[in-house]
Design a protein around this ligand. Sequence first.
Ligand SMILES: C[S@@+](CC[C@H](N)C(=O)[O-])C[C@H]1O[C@@H](n2cnc3c(N)ncnc32)[C@H](O)[C@@H]1O
Length: 246
Amino acid sequence: MFSDADAAALYDLLNPWDPDRHPEDHFYYPLVMGAASVLDIGCGTGAMLHLARARGHRGRLVGLDPDRVALERARRRADVEWVEGTAADAPKDANFDLATMTGHAFQFLVTDNDVRASLVAIRAALRPGGRFAFETRHPQVKAWQEWRRSNPDDVVELVDATGRAFRVWHDVDSVLDDVVTFHGTTAEPDGTVLRVDSASLRFLDVATLNTFLADAAFTIEAQYGDWDGGPITADSREIITIARRS
Ligand SMILES: C[S@@+](CC[C@H](N)C(=O)[O-])C[C@H]1O[C@@H](n2cnc3c(N)ncnc32)[C@H](O)[C@@H]1O
């Protein structure tokens, strides 16, 4: 009724990668276009690297993701390399200029071991001095409190290219320490449920994140609280980090 491939297509409809319209995509765009080689970890359906190639990036572009179905969609573009695996499987000694984790993919690293193993592998995939750019939602604004069907801003109505209409929303199942488990529901416009997807995300605070980075021998080159490059303040929704392999 609603396959994994349908869900991957819907992801692209909900999250179109467009640096001209979305500040977060605008932030990553010059980093990617200015890097000789890019490893996009948690690349999902591959939209960021698709656009980089379409806009003339001539270097090595590799997308890595554990989700086989999302990667199948990414493979529509054959002039980018697509690799199935988690961040901890990042290729060693690959000399990448830049590694990215966009769309809050970093928050899928839920346990300390996940975070540590992933950072060790990401560092090893970079050239000396190479950079790792990623963002994680700042826990202070408790964004998960907005993820509920009773919040009109969280309920998205959309129509796909075939004219099929959908309604999508989220609900939180638990908040345990800094890990939030929630599910997303995809339904017909009348509320008939087509699919439910569960996930857990970790909301690291700045000090804990920076300790993990230091332990993995990354130096923090820059850290921002918003997509315009403002500092992290008491209102910041994001922790946006550019870390350098030291
Ligand atoms: C919200 S999507 C973001 C996709 C894309 N980067 C974007 O900006 O639209 C998060 C992605 O992280 C991937 N992911 C989950 N666990 C991961 C892990 N341990 N290592 C790398 N990627 C992971 C998921 O399969 C999913 O494609």
